[in-house]
Ligand binder design. Structure first.
Ligand SMILES: Nc1ncnc2c1ncn2[C@@H]1O[C@H](COP(=O)(O)OP(=O)(O)OC[C@H]2O[C@@H]([n+]3cccc(C(=O)O)c3)[C@H](O)[C@@H]2O)[C@@H](O)[C@H]1O
Ligand SMILES: Nc1ncnc2c1ncn2[C@@H]1O[C@H](COP(=O)(O)OP(=O)(O)OP(=O)(O)O)[C@@H](O)[C@H]1O
Ligand SMILES: NC(=O)CC[C@H](N)C(=O)O
Length: 560
C-alpha cells in the first residue's frame, strides 16, 4: 500500500507561536491528499529557543499552539507529525524534546529525543532530559513508521553514544523511518547529511525521510534541503536549499514523486561561494524581518569587506533599503570615495558623505589639552575608527537603520579591528568568512550577476585600514592566504601548536609557506589576546562549522 507523505520545510520564528502556527496551517492546506504531514523538530517554538524554555509561560503558550494544531487535525484526514517541548514528569531536566503524532484531535504517539547534542553550537542537555531507549512506531496507510528526532540518527559518525535509536527501530521492525530535524547549515553540511544518512539507510536496509527547517534564527541559518533516502539508491529526492517548501512523496517500499519512481541518487552539491551567498542573504533577510528592521546602514570605505557587505545587503533587502556612508579622513586614498561611489551607483544604493578630518582634529586637540601628551599613532588610528563608528550609530539611532559591521573572520580572529569603532554594529554578515573567502565571494557575486557590480578596482586593491599614512594590512599581519591557512587549521581543524606543526610530516612544506614557527606562534598569540574583543562583538551569521559565538566558547583571562 502506498502512503503519501508531505514534507513541510518551513521557516519558524523563535517563540512566535501564532506565526509558526499560521505557516503550519498553510502547509496543511497545501498538502491536500497527504496521509502524513511531517513538520520539523521543535516546530511550534522554532529551534533553538534557548533559555526562553525556562520562562514561566513557555509551556502554556506552546500548549495553546498545540491545542490549535490538535483542532486542525480534526479537519484533516492526514496524520500530523510535529516537534514540541514537553514536561518531564520524572527526575532530571524539566523538559523533553519530543515528537508528537496527532490524529483527529488526539495525540496518538509521543516520543522523546534520546540523543541530545551538547557540542559546538548545541546545548540541549541544558534544558532537556533524554527519553528512554524505545521504538516509537505507528502504522499509517499500511506502512509501519518508526520515528526519530535529528541527533538520534547521528550515531554513526565518530560519536560514541552508548545507544543507537535507529538500531532500536530497525530491530523492532519498521518499513520507513521518519526523522524530524533542526539541522543548522554550514558549508559542506548538506553533503555531510547525505553521506551520513545514505550510510544509515544502507546499513539498516531501511528507507528514511528527513524533514529539516529553513531560515535564520540569530546567528544560525537552517538550509532546509529535506530529503528521502533509499537503502540501495541513496538520497533520491531533495527539497530546495534555503527556501520554504512543501512537497509530497509517495512511498510503498520505493519513493515516488510527480508520477515517477525515485531510484536515482541526487546530489546536494552547491558551489561553496554560492552556498555562502544564499546562506548570508537568507540569514540577513530573516534577522531583519524577524526583528522588524527594514533598512540597514554600512560604512563604505572603498575596501572589499564593506563592498561585499553592501552588495549582499542590497540583494537581501533591496538596494532602496541600504544606505552607505563614506567618511573620508586625511589618510583616505582618493579611491576610498570614488570606488565607494562607483560601487553604490552599480548597486543602486544611496551613498552619503560625512568627512571626519575636523572631528579627528578636534579630538586630538582636546586629548592634548586634557591629558598632556599628543595622542600616539595607535590612539589616533583607533580614534578614527571610533569616530566612524559613532557616526554610523548616530545614523542608526536617528533613522532606525540596523548597522551592519564589516569585519571578516581573519581580522576578527587576530583582533585587527577597533573596539567601539569598526566593530560597532548590530549584526555582522561576513564575519564567518576568511579574507580570502571574502575575495572569492566578491568575484562570485559579480559572476552571479553577470556584471562587474563590485568594481574590479576594489577587488584588486591591497587591503588597508587607511588609518595612518601608507598603512597596509600586510605591515601588521602575515599575507592573508598564509594567515587564513593558519587560522583554519587552528580554529576549525586540528589544534596546532607551533612545535607540533614543525614536526608534522604532512605540514613540512606548508610550514615554510606559512612563514615558520614564529609566524604561527604570533598568530596563535593574537587569537588568544583578542578573545575579549570577540566577546563584545555583534552576532555573526554562521556559515562554517566552527564559528565565533556560542560554537567556540573560550575564556579571556586564561594562560594560553
Ligand atoms: N583582555 C582584555 N580585556 C578587556 N579589555 C582589554 C583587554 N586587552 C586589552 N583591552 C582593552 O582594549 C584596548 C585595545 O583594543 P582597541 O582599542 O580595539 O585597539 P587595538 O587592538 O590596540 O588596535 C586596533 C588595531 O586594529 C587595526 N584596525 C583598526 C580598525 C580597522 C582595521 C581593519 O583593517 O579592519 C584595523 C588598527 O590599525 C590597530 O592596529 C586597550 O586599550 C584596552 O583598554
Ligand atoms: N573612509 C571610510 N568611510 C566609511 N567607512 C569606513 C571608512 N574607513 C573605514 N570604514 C568602515 O570601517 C570598516 C573597517 O575598515 P578598514 O578600511 O579599516 O578595514 P578593512 O577590514 O580593510 O575593511 P574594508 O575592506 O571594508 O576597507 C570598513 O569596512 C567600513 O565599514
Ligand atoms: N537538532 C539536532 O539534533 C542537530 C544535531 C545534528 N547533528 C545536526 O547538526 O544536524
Amino acid at each position: 500500500m502506498r502512503i503519501q507523505i508531505a514534507m513541510a520545510q518551513l521557516d519558524y520564528k523563535l517563540c512566535d507561536f501564532d506565526g509558526n502556527l499560521a505557516r503550519m496551517r498553510a502547509a496543511i492546506a497545501q498538502a491536500q491528499g497527504a496521509d502524513l504531514i511531517v513538520f520539523s523538530e521543535l516546530c511550534l517554538s522554532g529551534y533553538y529557543p534557548q533559555d526562553m524554555v525556562e520562562e514561566p509561560d513557555f509551556l502554556a503558550r506552546q500548549q495553546q499552539a498545540l491545542d490549535a494544531m490538535l483542532a486542525e487535525s480534526r479537519h484533516t484526514s492526514a496524520t500530523l507529525v510535529i516537534g514540541a517541548a514537553t514536561a518531564n514528569t520524572g527526575v532530571g531536566k524539566p523538559l523533553h524534546n519530543s515528537l508528537l503524532v496527532l490524529q483527529q484531535g488526539q495525540i496518538v504517539l509521543q516520543y522523546h529525543k534520546q540523543l541530545l547534542p551538547t557540542y559546538n553550537i548545541f546545548d540541549e542537555r541544558r534544558h532537556f532530559e533524554p527519553g528512554p531507549n524505545r521504538a516509537a512506531i505507528l502504522t499509517v496507510a499500511g506502512q509501519r513508521l518508526g520515528f526519530v528526532i535529528c541527533e538520534d540518527a547521528w550515531n554513526q559518525q565518530g560519536t560514541d553514544y552508548a545507544i543507537d535509536p535507529v538500531q532500536t527501530l530497525a530491530q523492532t521492525g519498521v518499513d520507513l523511518i521518519v526523522s524530524i530535524n533542526a539541522s543548522p547549515s554550514n558549508v559542506g553540511k548538506p553533503e555531510q547529511r547525505h553521506a551520513l544518512f545514505a550510510g544509515v539507510a544502507q546499513h539498516w536496509k531501511l528507507p528514511l525521510v528527513y524533514i529539516n527547517q529553513v531560515g535564520g534564527n540569530d546567528q544560525i541559518v537552517f538550509d532546509g534541503g529535506s530529503f528521502a533516502v533509499h537503502p540501495r539508491h541513496g538520497v533520491v529526492h531533495q527539497l530546495p536549499l534555503f527556501e520554504e517548501a512543501v512537497q509530497t512523496l509517495g512511498f510503498d517500499g520505493d519513493f515516488h514523486h510527480d508520477g515517477r519512481m525515485l531510484d536515482q541518487a541526487v546530489s546536494a552539491a552547491m558551489a561553496d561561494s554560492e552556498f555562502y551567498y544564499r546562506q548570508i542573504v537568507l540569514g540577513l533577510q530573516d534577522y531583519a524581518r524577524k526583528i522588524g528592521f527594514k533598512q540597514v546602514v554600512i560604512g563604505s570605505s572603498g575596501g572589499i569587506d564593506s563592498a561585499l557587505t553592501l552588495a549582499l545587503a542590497a540583494d537581501a533587502l533591496g538596494p532602496d533599503n541600504v544606505t552607505a556612508i563614506t567618511m573620508p579622513s586625511q589618510y583616505s586614498s582618493s579611491g576610498s570615495v570614488s570606488d565607494s561611489a562607483q560601487l553604490c551607483q552599480n548597486l543602486g544604493v544611496k551613498l552619503l558623505t560625512h568627512p571626519i578630518a575636523e572631528l579627528v582634529g578636534g579630538y586630538r586637540g582636546q586629548f592634548e589639552a586634557a591629558f598632556g601628551p599628543a595622542p600616539s599613532r595607535l590612539t589616533v588610528e583607533n580614534l578614527q575608527a571610533r569616530i566612524r563608528g559613532t557616526i554610523l550609530m548616530e545614523y542608526s539611532n536617528h533613522f532606525g537603520h540596523l548597522l551592519l559591521t564589516t569585519g571578516n573572520k581573519s581580522e576578527i580572529s587576530v583582533g585587527y579591528c577597533t573596539l567601539y569603532g569598526d566593530t560597532n554594529g548590530g549584526l555582522n554578515i561576513i564575519g564567518d568568512l576568511y579574507k580570502t573567502e571574502v575575495f572569492a565571494l566578491a568575484r562570485h557575486y559579480n559572476t552571479r550577476h553577470g556584471r562587474e557590480l563590485i568594481p574590479q578596482a576594489i577587488i584588486d586593491k591591497e587591503p588597508s585600514a587607511e588609518l595612518s599614512e601608507g598603512q597596509k594590512d600586510s605591515d601588521s599581519l602575515p599575507p592573508y592566504p598564509v594567515l587564513d591557512e593558519i587560522l583554519k587549521l587552528h580554529i576549525e581543524g586540528h589544534r596546532l601548536r607551533p612545535e607540533e606543526y614543525t614536526s608534522a610530516r604532512n605540514f613540512v612544506a606548508g610550514m615554510q609557506a606559512l612563514g615558520g614557527g614564529d609566524t604561527i606562534a604570533r598568530v596563535l598569540g593574537l587569537i588568544a589576546k583578542s578573545e575579549f574583543k570577540r566577546r563584545q562583538a555583534p552576532p555573526i551569521i554562521r556559515v562554517r562549522n566552527r564559528a565565533f559565538g556560542n560554537g567556540r566558547q573560550m575564556p579571556i583571562a586564561a594562560q594560553y
